[in-house]
Design a protein around this ligand. Structure first.
Ligand code: UGA
Length: 440
């Protein structure tokens, strides 16, 4: 059993802290936000993440998981310190590392015995060196520490599952001794034969950016193929299925849609472009992926306008799904924001519903109407738009949807409905990259 702390209780810190305590270690999750810590202690979590509450409750009960807002004391009590604070987008797309630097300084001031300092936050290549420098320059003793880059690959909405069953664990460090200690942290995974791989620190930092940017690129690629398929009369769903059967391509992350969102892809792609610019190395593919995503978000409104015969003014449009993906209340960079804002600018009215993200969206659009279920939302609307592929929309009763709408017009930006059924029921509809007049 190791004594571990995780600094920062965002979704990365909270899931990691709870997950590592579940592996049998003693973990303190700490944050400077006292209110947040108090709320968590009362059982009120700052994020919605399936399975997280149960994981936290179980480990709090077993006394393996504690919460604190005293960062200094927490660091002193720990042998391994995980840095899991946010690295939001800063000026010109560069990652803002101020929170990471603050934590590094606190570590330096509270270095009371040998520790492993491990960064989970997504940080630009070279940050490890900077963190080491900050600690070395600010500690007032000769106590030693080692540094590890251990990037996370958790997806919101399935973060607990991804933590407990990862594809790989990447440990960037300078010595085998440190690597062995980190293997002990992740011991249960090792026993389950999950690969735990040692790399250099800078390589581990790059793996994170390169993974996210590649996935963003894959989505932008299939979105562009979808747009071309629309014009040329092909069905992108079938194209994606069939290219995905090539083992070199794989079917994952080939779902066309309204453009990627979230707190990671938009920020990390821009940060990678920024790094490449600084290094004076062209990275045209990622720049193109970013541009394609901006266009994809705009294109959704253009398609909606076409579906409504260019008349948005005075129309009531129901938006079903507000979060950037299902199973999360996170609306950061969600395509729903772009489409709602364009509808409002064009003089349309918006009725909105998300199973859990209504409150988050209210902070951005306080004056649109929010509902507690899809049925009430679509009633008497001129059109319904699916923006997030929540399961409850997948199984929605299309006959009832048609009855409730003023006019049976549907825009399915996530391609969740059977087009034949929509045609049979007499919907006027649009999708992303699919053929409407199916003949087979
Ligand atoms: C992403 C990565 O998938 C994680 O591996 C990584 O750890 C995380 O960022 C991070 O850096 O913290 P996340 O942003 O939670 O995870 O969500 P994803 O499932 O990757 O989806 C991102 C966006 O892409 C969503 O808007 C989703 O709707 C969209 N998407 C995804 C598509 O449009 N099509 C697809 O085929 C897949």
């Amino acid at each position: 059993m190791k004594k571990i702390c995780v600094i920062g209780v965002g979704y990365v810190g909270l899931v990691n802290g709870a997950g590592i305590s579940d592996f049998g270690h003693k973990v303190i999750c700490a944050d400077i936000d006292k209110k947040k810590i108090e709320n968590i202690k009362k059982g009120d979590l700052p994020i919605f993440e399936p399975g997280l509450k149960e994981l936290i409750d179980r480990n709090v009960k077993s006394n393996r998981l504690l919460f604190s807002s005293d960062i200094g004391e927490t660091i002193k009590k720990s042998d391994i310190v995980f840095i899991a604070v946010g690295t939001p987008e800063g000026d010109s797309g560069k990652a803002d590392l101020s929170h990471v630097y603050d934590v590094a300084l606190k570590i330096a001031k509270n270095l009371n015995n040998y520790k492993i300092i491990c960064t989970k936050s997504t940080v630009p290549i070279g940050t490890g060196k900077e963190i080491k420098g900050i600690i070395n320059n600010n500690k007032s003793n000769s106590i030693k520490f080692d540094y590890v880059s251990n990037p996370e690959f958790l997806r919101e909405g399935s973060a607990v599952k991804d933590f407990l069953w990862p594809d790989r664990v990447v440990i960037g460090c300078d010595s085998n001794k440190v690597f062995k200690s980190m293997i002990e942290v992740y011991q249960p995974l090792f026993r389950n034969k999950k690969p735990i791989i040692q790399t250099e620190i800078s390589t581990a930092e790059m793996v994170k950016y390169a993974s996210n940017a590649f996935l963003a690129l894959k989505i932008s690629y299939i979105n562009e193929i979808a747009n071309l398929s629309e014009v040329l009369g092909c069905d992108v769903k079938m194209v994606a299925d069939l290219i995905g059967q090539d083992g070199r391509i794989s079917p994952k992350f080939l779902h066309p849609g309204p453009g990627y969102g979230g707190s990671c892809f938009p920020k990390d792609t821009k940060a990678l472009v920024n790094l490449a610019k600084q290094a004076n190395v062209p990275i045209k593919t990622i720049t193109a992926a970013i541009d394609a995503n901006i266009y994809q978000k705009k294109r959704m409104f253009m398609k909606l306008k076409t579906l409504l015969k260019e008349k948005i003014k005075g129309k009531t449009i129901s938006i079903l799904g507000l979060s950037f993906k299902p199973n999360t209340s996170d609306i950061r960079e969600s395509s729903a924001i772009d489409i709602i804002s364009s509808i409002l600018k064009a003089g349309g009215h918006v009725r909105a519903f998300d199973p859990i993200a209504n409150n988050s969206m209210k902070k951005i659009f306080p004056n649109i109407e929010y509902f507690s279920n899809w049925e009430k939302t679509v009633s008497n609307s001129d059109c319904a738009v699916i923006m997030t592929e929540w399961n409850e929309f997948r199984s929605l009763d299309l006959i009832e949807l048609k009855d409730r709408l003023k006019t049976p017009i549907l825009f399915d930006t996530r391609n969740i409905f059977d087009q034949r059924k929509l045609l049979e029921l007499g919907f006027s509809f649009d999708t992303v990259g699919r053929k409407k007049n199916i003949k087979y």
